[in-house]
Design a protein around this ligand. Structure first.
Ligand SMILES: Cc1cc2nc3c(=O)[nH]c(=O)nc-3n(C[C@H](O)[C@H](O)[C@H](O)COP(=O)(O)OP(=O)(O)OC[C@H]3O[C@@H](n4cnc5c(N)ncnc54)[C@H](O)[C@@H]3O)c2cc1C
Length: 476
């Protein structure tokens, strides 16, 4: 029997490890079985949001049924910590008589160490194959064979590679035998928060593909113009599916390709703006795989370790709860807490606010995001936070600090997004919605907090904090 270990790749299409197991099993006249290891203690240690955990477990129930229909049994194994995974898998391998283990390679350091321990512990071969990116980490390197530290040259090299070699994806496997029964994992009733959040993220068979198709058919060509407006449904909302591997990035490429008849490989082609975001995803994944310190709370630019971030629990709580007195920041943070998701423009605004206006460390923001997001993904989250804080690869320059008021005016001009999430401001007209404390007279005024910092002052302090750093030279 060939055993496939599912991890952050809860799909049947474009699954290289499943494909390899099926090929080998067919060649040797064997069966295929599958396993998923539930590591709740480790997930909590990694700050995984409870809604994300629920999303994964509900998806597993669907995946188990899909596999069973193809004659592949999915085993669910509990190993609370990664350290317990080798023994748990060894027991299953022994019990089921597996002759090889197949999985997709991980990029995060704890996951990689777990996989090394599994390889060392098991008595059968463990075959790890790439599959979480379109191009695997290590394939897009500088002329000197080093990882790119700047996005634009990375994206040029990535596009050259695709233009030269194309890409291909694996179909879902044909049935391996008669359909099997499937005993789903028994889950407690959803909490009210889970019900609200998961409504936006169905996991039934075909749900992610349907959303991808709808976005590609109806919205991808306007993505460039609408992607920064949080009040509009201008982005794909595929992130939770991509983060859990319910959808592969190559499926996204293929959908774009088939809609346009070609892949948009240059900036001015229709559809390129969206492809470019998928390349950002690859950039951060390649970096995380090649720079283990990014998985360990360390900044990419090492000299920024000396930054004197403040410790202020009250300020942090006000940011988390959306009580900063800056309407766009507060709307975004309340939306995150209630839905487990936040628009990209808003992620940039609130991350800048935490680090450059409140001078609190990006690591705290990164962990809080992870604890709330249904699409929590170490590479993208770490990349986004370090970009905003000015500590990352190709980060925003330290002297360019987002102004939360003008960002709101520019990207939520009528205040529609703010009114949706900040009920104290529900009646405020567009003219005052971004500066409700300057001249707006209304009974609700007292209920909405005053700005907790003066942005102009905080901005100068942030710049001074960076200027005091001993200069870099250690970005490698
Ligand atoms: C501070 C911060 C934290 C973030 N944390 C996460 C996270 O935990 N998980 C996550 O998936 N994304 C994260 N992002 C990236 C981005 O905000 C989300 O991927 C995006 O908002 C998801 O919405 P969408 O699916 O509609 O994306 P679209 O705009 O439709 O983009 C398509 C896909 O491309 C990928 N993508 C888009 N933008 C980025 C980006 N800047 N970096 C990496 N990948 C990108 C995502 O997989 C996304 O689903 C973060 C960004 C910032 C600034």
């Amino acid at each position: 029997m060939q055993l496939v270990w599912f991890r952050q790749d809860l799909r049947l299409v474009d699954h290289p490890a499943l494909h390899a197991a099926v090929q080998q099993a067919r060649a040797q006249g064997e069966a295929v079985e599958a396993v998923f290891v539930i590591s709740r203690a480790q997930w909590r240690h990694h700050h995984m949001a409870s809604v994300r955990e629920r999303f994964l477990l509900e998806r597993l129930n669907v995946l188990g049924a899909e596999l069973a229909r193809r004659g592949i049994r999915l085993h669910l194994v509990e190993a609370p910590w990664f350290a317990e995974v080798p023994a748990a898998l060894a027991a299953l391998v022994r019990e089921r008589g597996a002759r090889a283990l197949h999985a997709m390679s991980a990029i995060e350091i704890d996951e990689r160490r777990r996989d090394e321990a599994v390889s060392a512990h098991l008595s059968v071969p463990c075959r790890f194959v790439p599959g979480c990116c379109v191009l695997p980490p290590g394939r897009v390197l500088t002329g000197k064979g080093e990882p790119f530290k700047v996005f634009t040259p990375f994206s040029r090299a990535w596009l050259r590679e695709i233009a030269a070699h194309g890409y291909s994806l694996y179909r879902a496997p044909e049935p391996m035998g008669a359909p099997l029964g499937w005993q789903p994992l028994s889950l407690p009733a959803r909490s009210a928060h889970e019900t609200r959040t998961l409504r936006d993220w169905p996991v039934h068979e075909g749900a992610a593909e349907a959303r991808l198709r709808e976005f590609i058919d109806d919205a991808v060509l306007e993505y460039g113009a609408r992607r920064d407006l949080p009040a509009e449904p201008g982005t794909s909302r595929l992130s939770a599916y991509l983060a859990a591997g319910i959808l592969s990035p190559r499926q996204c490429l293929a959908a774009l390709h088939s809609r346009l008849g070609t892949l948009p490989l240059t900036r001015d082609e229709p559809g390129f703006a969206w492809l470019n975001e998928l390349i950002w995803r690859e950039f951060y994944r390649h970096l995380l795989a090649l720079e283990p310190r990014l998985s360990m709370n360390q900044p990419f630019q090492l000299h920024t370790r000396a930054l004197a971030w403040r410790h202020d629990e009250q300020a942090f709580a006000a940011w988390c709860e959306g009580r900063t007195g800056y309407p766009i920041v507060d709307a975004a943070m309340r939306c995150l807490k209630q839905t487990g998701w936040m628009h990209n423009r808003l992620r940039m605004i609130v991350a800048s606010f935490l680090t450059k206006d409140l001078h609190l460390s990006w690591q705290r923001g990164e962990a809080y995001f992870m604890s709330q997001l249904i699409d929590g993904d170490l590479a993208a989250n770490n990349g986004g936070w370090q970009w905003a804080a000015g500590t990352g690869a190709d980060a925003a320059p330290y002297f360019r600090v987002f102004n939360p008021t003008t960002q709101g005016q520019k990207f939520d001009p009528q205040g529609d997004f703010i009114r949706r999430w900040v009920e104290e401001l529900a009646d405020v007209p567009a003219t005052c919605i971004h500066t409700p404390h300057d001249g707006w007279r209304h009974k609700g005024r007292e209920a909405y907090p005053s700005p907790m910092v003066d942005h102009a002052v905080a901005r100068l302090q942030a710049i001074a904090m960076f200027r005091q750093l001993p200069t870099g030279g250690d970005e490698a």
